[in-house]
Write a protein that binds this ligand. Structure first.
Ligand SMILES: Cc1ncc(COP(=O)(O)O)c(C=O)c1O
Length: 441
C-alpha cells in the first residue's frame, strides 16, 4: 500500500549500522528475517517490573513491551511456571486439572456466549483459526480490516495485515478501511466508520466475496492507537452482522486490563464479538494465546477439518495464565492502568501544549498514542519520530512507533507502572523534546 510504513521497519536496525560482534552473530544466524530495534541494538541481560537491564548495566524504563504486562519476571508467574514444569508438561490430549481450571477462569472473564476456548501458542495462530472458523460458520470469504492492521505472521493472517505487506497488494478478499478517528471520519466517528465498513462489504461483494468477518484490534495499535469514542465500534459491527459476517475482536493488544476501564478492549466499546482472540500479555512472556468462539461456530469449522495444537494449552501455559489472572486482580493492575494512564495522558498533553511538534495525544489506560508532526505543515513526521525514539533511548527509556506513516509514539508500559515511573518518563520526554523540537510560538 503506498505511503504505508511496514510495522517491522519502524525503529529498526539496518545492516551496516553497527559493527558489534553480537549484532554480526545475530545477522549470521537469522539473515534477512532479522528484526532488531535501534541503529545500535541493545543486548539485554535481565528485567524486573517496568525495568530492563542491558549488558552494559544501563537500566531502561520499558515503555514498549506489553507482553510482560504484570511486570517483567513477576515472582508469582515465575513460581507458577517453575512449579508446573517440574510436575507435568504435556499436550492437551490428556485431562489435566490445571488446564480446565485455567479455561474456567478465562471464560469467567469472557461474555457467556463464547463458550469454547481453543488455546494456541501465538496470536497469529489464534487469528488464523478465527478466520477459518468465521469462514466455516458464514460460508463467506471476505474480510474487512483497518488500514495499518497487523494480525499475525501465518499466510492467512499476513494477508489480512496491510502493515506487514511490503510490496505485495492486499488479496482481493480483503478490504482495508481507515481506523476510527475524527481526522478520518469527522465528528461522528461511529457513523463514519460504520459507513466505511459498509462500503468495504460492497466492494467485497462486487469482487465475488461474501463477507466472513470484520477483524479489528479494538485499540487499533498498529494504526496508531484509536480508542475513542467508547462504543464507537458497535455500529460497524452491526453493519457486518447484517451482511452475514462475524465480528472478530483481536484482543492481542488491548486485552487483560490494559485499557484501564475494562478487562477487554471490546467491552469498552460495548461490543459482543462473535469471536475473540488474545495473546501477548496472557502468559506474561510465556508463549500462549487463544481463540474464544461460540460452540456452534466452532462446530461448523470442526465438521470439515481437525484441529490440534501440540503446545497450545499445555499445563505450564495454564499455570502461567492462571498466575497472570490472579496478579491482575490481586494487585489491582487494571485500576492502576486507569489511574497512571490518565496521569500520563494529562502529562503528555501538557507537554504537547508547549511543543509545535506534538500533535494529538489519545488512548485508554496504559495504551497511548502520541502523534509527532512537522512544525510548519502539521503533517506526520516519521523522521522526527525516529529521532525522538533514539533520544528517549539516550534518556534510558524504550519506546516504539506505530501508525500508517510511523509517526505515532506507541506508549505501552507494563500495567504495574508506578506514578514515579510515569513522572520519570514525562521528564525524559520533556528533555528529549527540549533537545530536538521547536517550541510553540
Ligand atoms: C493486534 C495483533 N494481533 C495479532 C498479533 C500476532 O501475535 P503473535 O506475534 O503472538 O503471533 C499481533 C502481534 O504483534 C498484534 O499486535
Amino acid at each position: 500500500m503506498s505511503g504505508m510504513r511496514p510495522i517491522l521497519d519502524m525503529n529498526a536496525f539496518r545492516e551496516g549500522d553497527s559493527s558489534s560482534a553480537a549484532v554480526s552473530r545475530r545477522l549470521r544466524n537469522v539473515g534477512a528475517a532479522s528484526v532488531l530495534f535501534y541503529r545500535e541494538p541493545i543486548e539485554m541481560v535481565g528485567a524486573t517490573g517496568a525495568t530492563m537491564i542491558a549488558r552494559d548495566g544501563t537500566r531502561y524504563l520499558d515503555f514498549y513491551n506489553n507482553v510482560p504486562s504484570v511486570g517483567h519476571t513477576h515472582p508469582k508467574v515465575v513460581e507458577a511456571v517453575q512449579r508446573q514444569i517440574a510436575t507435568l508438561n504435556t499436550n492437551t490430549r490428556y485431562l489435566v486439572d490445571i488446564v480446565d481450571r485455567y479455561l474456567d477462569a478465562l471464560k469467567s472473564q469472557l461474555p457467556a456466549h463464547l463458550g469454547n476456548v481453543i488455546m494456541t501458542c501465538s496470536g497469529s495462530e489464534a487469528n488464523d483459526l478465527a478466520l477459518r472458523v468465521a469462514r466455516a460458520a458464514t460460508g463467506g470469504t471476505g474480510v474487512v480490516v483497518s488500514q495499518a492492521a497487523y494480525h499475525g505472521n501465518t499466510a492467512l493472517t499476513t494477508d489480512v495485515s496491510p502493515s506487514a505487506l511490503k510490496a505485495m497488494p492486499l488479496p482481493d478478499w480483503v478490504v482495508a478501511v481507515a481506523p476510527p478517528g475524527p481526522a478520518q471520519y469527522g465528528q461522528d466517528v461511529a457513523d463514519g466508520f460504520a459507513q466505511a465498513v459498509g462500503g468495504a462489504i460492497a466492494t467485497l461483494k462486487d469482487r465475488g466475496h461474501a463477507p466472513a468477518a470484520l477483524l479489528m484490534d479494538s485499540i487499533f495499535s498498529s494504526d496508531g492507537v484509536f480508542a475513542d469514542p467508547p462504543g464507537g465500534l458497535a455500529k460497524a459491527a452491526d453493519v457486518m452482522r447484517a451482511a452475514g459476517g462475524l465480528v472478530i475482536a483481536d484482543e492481542v493488544q488491548p486485552g487483560f486490563g490494559r485499557t484501564g476501564s475494562h478487562f477487554w478492549g471490546f467491552a469498552r466499546h460495548g461490543l459482543q464479538p462473535d469471536i475473540v482472540t488474545m495473546g501477548k500479555p496472557m502468559g506474561n512472556g510465556f508463549p500462549m494465546a487463544a481463540m474464544a468462539a461460540q460452540p456452534d461456530h466452532l462446530a461448523a469449522f470442526c465438521s470439515d477439518v481437525g484441529y490440534f495444537n501440540t503446545f497450545g494449552g499445555n499445563p505450564v501455559a495454564a499455570a502461567a495464565g492462571l498466575a497472570v489472572l490472579e496478579v491482575i486482580h490481586q494487585e489491582g493492575l487494571m485500576e492502576n492502568a486507569h489511574e497512571v494512564g490518565a496521569a500520563l495522558i494529562a502529562g503528555l498533553r501538557d507537554i504537547g501544549h508547549q511543543s509545535a511538534q506534538v500533535g494529538d495525544v489519545r488512548g485508554a489506560g496504559l495504551f497511548i498514542g502520541l502523534d509527532l508532526i512537522e512544525q510548519d505543515s502539521g503533517t506526520a513526521d516519521p523522521a522526527f519520530t525516529v529521532r525522538v525514539i533514539d533520544a528517549m533511548r539516550d534518556e534510558g527509556v524504550m519506546i516504539g512507533a506505530a501508525g500508517r506513516e510511523g509517526a505515532t509514539l506507541k506508549i505501552r508500559p507494563p500495567l504495574c507502572l508506578t506514578r514515579d515511573e510515569a513522572d520519570r518518563f514525562l521528564a525524559a520526554f520533556q528533555r528529549a523534546l527540549d533537545r530536538l523540537a521547536a517550541p510553540k510560538n
